[in-house]
Every structure is written in C-alpha cells, then in structure tokens.
Design a protein around this ligand. Structure first.
Ligand code: 5RP
Length: 222
C-alpha cells in the first residue's frame, strides 16, 4: 500500500544539498524525511525546535546544531495543520511555533510538507491560533484578542499555576476566530500586541508547499 507522507518526504529529500544547513520541524512526515537523509548519506547540519526531531536525528547519527550558533539556514522543512493556496498556514499547537517561525525566517527556503487533506483553498480556522505570551500580558492580550473578534482560551494544565507554558517558559493562549477577512493582516495585528512573542499563523515565510496526493506529488512554489 502507498504511503503518501513517505513519498512527500522522499520528494523533499531530493531538494537537500550535501553539506547544507537544514531546518526541520516536527511530525510524522519529518520523521520520514530524517530516514531519507540518513539513507542517502547526506552530510548536513540540522537545526530543529522539536525535541522529538532532535532525538531522532541524534539517534540516527545526524549532526544537530544549536540555532543560536548560526546566522542562516539553507533550506527548512516543516508540517502544519493546514495551508491555503495563498501560502497562509496554521501550525499545530505544540507551543514551539516561535522557534519554528525563527527557523522559517532564517531559511532561504521554507517548505511545508502536507497531505492533500491539509492543502485547502482557504484556511478554515477550525483549530485556534496559538499565541505565546508573557505572563504579565495575559489579561491585556486576551482583551485585545476579543477586540479583534476572537475568543481567547488559556491552555489549561497543571504545568504552571493552571496554565500551560511553552518551550520558552511563556504562557500559551488559544485564540479562536470564526471568520478572518485578511489573514496576513491578522498575523500582523496579533504580533503587534505588546506582550505577544509570536503566533502559530505563518503568512509570510512559506516559499513552497509539497502536497502528497493519492495520484502523486505536487509542488507549489510562491
Ligand atoms: C508542528 C506542526 C507539525 O509539523 C504537524 O502537525 C505535523 O504533521 P504530520 O504529522 O502530518 O507531518 O504543525 O507545529
């Protein structure tokens, strides 16, 4: 039986040049990509915000660098929850989106790997936008999300006084929006709220989307 995520990862691996610095996000498609990097004996330096990806790379003998020691990335690959035909994407809510977006911005090419269920004509916003927020700004940011037409919810868990913290030790707010007229504008508006560190909405950084379809791989470029 065909494994379309694996085929997507294989197509991505063909874009990797030997001795390059590559960024990797997290998820099942990235896990396949790590296998191809290993199989093809590519000598690359990898940076990643994902603990799982980092462990997998190290266990496979791949070289992992700390992002703070480099000033650029040649090519980066990541997954997402959904991406639309205008290359706006919503990342999943693992709370590592700030570092994922840093890697996306540092990369000459930032490529999303998705199956066709995630490649949509317009983002549905069934999932919330996640905001990483300074603790002191929690109420202020929540109020501003409401003013922008959204509904804020704190991530609840026992991690820190009942609110989940990000990998950077900050708080996370899930902001639900029913309808968004101008998606890039919303990213700017959310990012300009004082106290917001970054959001899981990616509207400016994606250069390619590799879509795994039942009838083959399709590559969309900006
Ligand atoms: C992290 C993500 C993940 O990359 C995404 O959920 C992975 O999806 P898949 O397992 O289908 O490759 O968005 O923010």
């Amino acid at each position: 039986m065909r494994n379309i995520k694996q085929e997507c990862a294989q197509a991505a691996s063909k874009l990797i040049r030997d001795h390059s610095i590559i960024g990797l996000g997290g998820g099942s498609t990235i896990t396949y990509l790590i296998q191809y990097i290993k199989q093809q004996n590519l000598h690359v330096n990898i940076v990643t915000p994902s603990f799982t990806t980092k462990s997998l790379c190290l266990r496979n003998g791949l070289n992992v660098l700390h992002t703070s020691f480099i000033d650029h990335i040649d090519i980066a690959f990541d997954g997402c929850d959904e991406v639309d035909k205008d290359f706006n994407a919503l990342k999943s809510g693992g709370g590592i989106h700030t570092k994922e977006k840093l890697i996306a911005n540092m990369a000459n090419e930032y490529i999303l790997l998705v199956d066709e269920s995630k490649f949509v004509s317009a983002l549905t916003f069934k999932q919330p936008i996640v905001l990483e927020v300074l603790e002191d700004a929690l109420e202020y940011v929540s109020k501003t999300i409401i003013e922008l037409g959204g509904e804020p919810n704190y991530r609840k868990s026992a991690v820190k006084d009942g609110v989940t913290i990000s990998d950077n030790g900050h708080l996370l707010i899930d902001a639900t929006f029913d309808h968004v007229e101008d998606i890039p504008k919303l990213e700017d508006q959310l990012n300009s709220i004082s106290g917001v560190i970054d959001t899981s909405l990616f509207t400016k950084v994606i250069t390619k989307v590799i879509v795994a379809k039942e009838d083959g791989i399709e590559v969309y470029s900006k």
